[in-house]
Design a protein around this ligand. Structure first.
Ligand code: GLP
Length: 241
């Protein structure tokens, strides 16, 4: 894994945006895997700023988001649909039929998972997958203990993930306890991975990822087996690792 260290969150975000822009500009067709959460917010901001100033086109880009809560309507401000529209899709010229996010309201959730995997396959897989890191090592919503051979599936969220994400809701009781997520296998099949890590609360998790064993109880550890991973981490996240 290639590790890039930055001074702070802003610098990490700028670098991540440039990393993504390089791919967007240099390809005639591109499939991006996208992440939500607090970490990539500023990366999307820099991509939006670039679009305002440079008009880098996304007409040839298709995106697949990692995950979505089960039971939240796309118009719910806490849904990942809402997040993506707000921070990115509405700010650039990506056609709406080229952006995919699991449907957490699907009547048949199992079918939704299968259909999502098929759609990814139809697009010849993901060229670049953007990832954040949960404090317990989760990636997407793949919680500790998740088998490494799973594709898109339904998960029960752990107490610690619900606690960590409660900051976006009025209170923890509003945090859905289930989600649809791409699996570890889906993530590992992407051709390239860009992992962003910021803040001192991620310091232990990054340390484990860089120096620990590969273990399904720390899902991110699997990234050590992927041959094309870049980590951009800020000083607070990487200090003493
Ligand atoms: C959330 C998301 C993940 C995200 C991670 C870290 O639960 N499902 O995709 O990468 O946890 O979130 P944050 O960037 O807010 O710390």
């Amino acid at each position: 894994m290639k590790v890039i260290r930055t001074k702070n969150y802003q610098e990490m975000s700028k670098m991540a945006a440039n990393f993504i822009l390089d791919k967007v500009k240099s390809s005639s067709e591109l499939t991006l895997g996208l992440a939500t959460g607090g970490t990539p917010v500023q990366t999307y901001h820099y991509l939006a700023k670039d679009y305002q100033e440079q008009k880098t086109s996304y007409q040839h880009v298709t995106t697949f988001n990692l995950d979505e809560y089960i039971g939240l309507d796309p118009s719910d401000p806490n849904s990942y649909h809402y997040y993506m529209d707000k921070h990115f899709f509405s700010k650039v010229n990506i056609p709406s039929d080229q952006t995919f996010i699991p449907n957490g309201l699907a009547e048949n959730l199992e079918k939704e998972c299968q259909a999502y995997d098929e759609e990814i396959k139809k697009h010849n897989g993901i060229d670049l997958q953007l990832l954040g890191l949960g404090t317990n090592g989760h990636v997407g919503f793949n919680e500790p203990g998740t088998a490494f051979d799973q594709h898109t599936h339904i998960v029960a969220l752990t107490e610690s993930t619900m606690q960590a994400n409660a900051r976006f809701f009025n209170n923890i009781n509003q945090v859905p306890n289930r989600a649809i997520t791409m699996g570890i296998a889906s993530i590992m099949e992407s051709k390239e991975i860009l992992l962003l890590v910021s803040g001192k609360e991620k310091n232990d998790a990054l340390n484990k990822l860089l120096h620990g064993e590969i273990d399904k109880h720390f899902p991110a550890s699997v990234l050590n087996q992927h041959e094309n991973v870049t980590i951009i981490a800020d000083e607070d996240a990487i200090i003493n690792t």
